[in-house]
Structure formats: C-alpha cells, structure tokens
Design a protein around this ligand. Structure first.
Ligand code: NAI
Ligand SMILES: N[C@@H](CC=O)C(=O)O
Ligand code: NA
Length: 426
C-alpha cells in the first residue's frame, strides 16, 4: 500500500504537536486513514527544533521542503504574507496537498490559493485555523449545507477568552494574564493580533466564506479588540447579569453581510456566556436545522494539532473536495451591509469628575441623539474626583450612540474616552 508522505514546516507549538501526534498515535491513524502516514521531512529555521524530531530529512529552507518527496505539506510557520503563502503556492504547484492552521494567510489569500489547489486537483485544508479543535470548518463545508445559514457568531480567540475569564475570576491585570496565555502557547507570535481583534477577524472572514459561499473579505470586517475593557467593566457587567466576551459575528441581512468583531455583553446563562478560559464557542443559525452550538478548546498544542491531523487523515482517505465547500471559481464577492443602519442596545461607561450637573449633562447629550437609557449605576461619591457612571441603553443605532459619545467625550467633566459595548441579543 502506498504511504502518504508528509512534510511539516514549522515545529513550534502546533507543528511540534503534529509531529508528536503522528508518532504517538501512528498505528491508530494509519488504520483510520486506510494507508500508512509517513513523516518524511521536517523544516524549521531553528536547528534545535529540527533536531528534536525524528524524520529522514531535516531542512532549514521551505523551498527545499516544497521540492521534497512529500505528498502533503503541513504549513505551520504562520504569517499572512511572505514564507507561508510562498510555501503553499510552491507545494500546490508541485502537485502536493496542503494542510495549514494559518488563518491570517487563508483570510487574505484564501480565494486565490483555493483556486490554485482546485486547478491542480489537490486539497487545501484548514480546520485548525478556525476555533482550534472544534470541527467547525468541516461542519460548515460538509454538513450544514442544505438549509442555508443566517448567522454565525462566536468566541473565536482562546487568548482573549482566557484573559477575560481570568480577569473576572482572579482580578489579575490584563498584561499579567496575557503573559500566561503566551507561556501556554495560546497567543499569536504578535499578541496584538489576539487582543486587538485581528485574529478573530481572520477566523470570522473564513467562517463567513464557508457559511455564505463568498470569497473571504478581511477588509469588510469591522474590528474592535479588548484592550479598553477594565476590571470595572467586567464587574459592572456581572451586576447587570451579563459577561463580556470578544465575539465575531457574521450575519446575512437583506442589505448584505454584516461582519463584526467586538467585545459584547452576553446574557449570563446563555451558551456563549458560559464558554470560559481557552475554550471557544460557535453558534450557527441554520434556518430549520439550527441553531447549533459548538464548544471546545480554541488554542494550544493538542487541540490544534488534533485538527491538523484530522485534515491529514481526511486527505489520505481521498476527501479532496473544494476548499470552501463550493468551487473556488463560484465564490462570489462579498457584498457588505452598510454600517450606518446597524442597531443594538449598549452598555456605556463614562469616567467623570464627581461634580453637580455632570449626569444631567450626559443625559441631555444622549437625548439629543435620541439614545434612551434603560438602567444606570453610579457608584460611590468622591466630590471633585473621577467616578464611573454606567448605563444600559434601549436599542439604538451605532451611528447615534457614536455621535453622542463623541460629543460627550469633548465635555470638560469627562476625563477618559467613554466606553461602549453592545448588548448581544439572546
Ligand atoms: N498556537 C495555537 O494555539 C494556534 C496556532 N495557530 C496557527 O498555527 C501557526 C503556527 O503557530 P504556532 O505553532 O503557535 O507558532 P510558533 O511560533 O510556536 O511556531 C512557528 C515555527 O515556525 C518556524 N518558522 C517561522 N518562519 C519560518 C520560516 N520562514 N522557515 C522555517 N521555519 C520557520 C519558527 O522557528 C517556529 O518554530 C500559525 O499560523 C498560528 O496562527 C492556529 C491555531 C492555534
Ligand atoms: N492565538 C489564537 C490561537 C488559535 O487560533 C487564539 O488565542 O485563539
Ligand atoms: Na477548527
């Protein structure tokens, strides 16, 4: 029986896990694949990493890997541009299958690489790129294909969810918990991609492509990260009966597709509110068949390596198929819904000097923009010093609330930029 010869590029957190997984579970994987899986080459620019793994070829150059005798290349070096897409292109052109966990590359170049894979009759699989170990890519591409999908939303970044959960549970600082997430192998090489929302945007663009049959369009995602969230916001949220989560939301509307990455107030007791730590959670509204809720580990060595290995086995079984579930040539261009019409209720926090009339001034600006208040908390008194005023609004447009906050930010008693967090519908 012909073996499936595998070459791995990048032996860091994920690549190391894949090489170990192939060795430890070799017999079982060969049986499931129906053919032996043989690691023939590893490639890393770090010699110590190359030496740590047993393979006939230990390479330092991705070009040599693309030209190696591997039938399938696993790209785990990362990066939107440069070496990663170059390796994938070279490998596909050389007639090799590709498995990758690189959401940055797939969100930016996915449509072009999918066309190249399909032209060459080779697979390009990326299960690990979205929500780590959760089989959401396969589910959207191969299972939830009949009834049409209205919306996909979820917690897609393990690092951010770990930070928010730890800040809430232990009161530790943002930067302290981020260091933990880095040490645990959850964060990206540049952690600003995690906390700034960029990584969630990459994953959301891929979910949108799979759910709605469009080419991934990163530039059509509005992105806000979690840097501005304070321990106060987390505890006010709890008082109102909510938890703050970084969500990626893609929704088909009559006016086009909405794609947003933003911290949101998620009602306690709903499935997404209970997704803690490095776990990810995805809700798919699939018309008559849904809603579906998926939960699992979104980052780290083993969950991610599992998803990569599952793709390798899938290819060895002969499941090549189209990369995004429809032929790359029929992926349509995404038509984004105009931002101006979007609406939500909001949590607002104002950091103000505790002087007479400050609340009335804020309320009057909100009223001018027709933003009405549902509930409010003002804690403690500290005459002349800064205190927080926190409100939940009734449903209003993003445009109205942004207009009001811009005016309020310019008034003399407001000492920090106001914070707004949309309330996620149940
Ligand atoms: N760490 C995680 O939990 C997850 C990571 N991913 C993705 O998986 C990919 C890999 O991530 P990690 O393993 O965490 O990264 P890492 O930084 O731990 O490993 C990357 C490895 O690639 C090597 N490398 C980088 N550029 C190279 C080049 N030009 N030539 C040869 N070797 C090169 C580095 O020396 C390093 O050993 C990234 O695309 C990341 O976004 C996806 C899901 C989860
Ligand atoms: N940095 C990412 C890794 C997995 O995609 C995350 O924290 O989710
Ligand atoms: Na996944």
């Amino acid at each position: 029986m012909n073996a499936m010869k595998i070459g791995i590029a990048g032996l860091g957190t994920v690549g190391g896990g894949v090489a170990k997984g192939l060795r430890v579970h070799g017999e079982m994987l060969d049986a499931r694949a129906g053919t032996p899986l043989e690691l023939v080459a590893v490639c890393d620019r770090d010699p110590a990493k190359r030496e740590a793994f047993d393979a006939p070829a230990k390479l330092d150059d991705i070009k040599a890997l693309a030209a190696s005798k591997a039938d399938l290349i696993v790209e785990l070096i990362g990066g939107e541009n440069g070496a990663a897409p170059m390796l994938v292109e070279e490998a596909l052109k050389a007639g090799k299958h590709v498995v990758t966990a690189n959401k940055a590359m797939m969100a930016r170049h996915g449509a072009r690489l999918a066309a190249l894979a399909e032209k060459n009759g080779r697979a390009l699989k990326f299960e690990a790129a979205v929500a780590g170990g959760i089989p959401i890519v396969k589910s959207l591409r191969e299972s939830l294909i009949v009834n049409g999908i209205k919306a996909v939303r979820g917690i897609l970044n393990g690092t951010c969810n770990y930070i928010l959960t730890q800040m809430e549970a232990t009161g530790r600082s943002f930067d302290d918990v981020l260091k933990d997430a880095q040490a645990l192998g959850y964060a990206e090489a540049d952690p600003e991609l995690d906390v700034g929302g960029g990584d969630t945007a990459h994953k959301l663009a891929l979910l949108t492509a799979l759910a709605f049959g469009v080419a991934p369009d990163l530039d059509a995602v509005s992105v806000q990260g979690i840097r501005a969230i304070t321990p106060d916001d987390i505890s006010f949220a709890r008082e109102f009966g909510y938890r703050i989560k970084l969500l990626g939301i893609a929704r088909q509307t009559d006016n086009g597709i909405i794609q947003r990455v933003q911290p949101a107030m998620v009602c306690a007791g709903t499935p997404l509110a209970d997704v803690d730590g490095v776990l990810n959670g995805v809700v798919v509204n699939a018309n008559e068949a849904g809603p579906f809720f998926f939960e699992g580990r979104g980052a780290g060595e083993y969950p991610t390596a599992n998803a990569v290995i599952a793709d390798i086995v899938d290819i060895a079984r002969g499941n090549v198929g189209s990369v995004f579930g429809v032929p790359a040539a029929s992926l349509s261009a995404l038509s984004p819904a105009p931002a101006a019409g979007a609406s939500s209720a909001f949590y607002l926090r104002f950091q103000v000097l505790d002087v007479p009339g400050v609340l009335a001034e804020i309320a009057s600006h909100l009223a001018k923009w027709r933003v009405s208040i549902e509930s409010m908390i003002q804690r403690g008194r500290a005459p002349g010093e800064a205190v927080s005023i926190v409100m939940i609004t009734h449903e209003t447009t993003y445009a109205a609330v942004e207009g009001a906050l811009q005016t309020i930010a310019g008034t003399s008693n407001v000492v920090a930029p106001p914070v707004k967090i949309p309330m996620e519908a149940k």
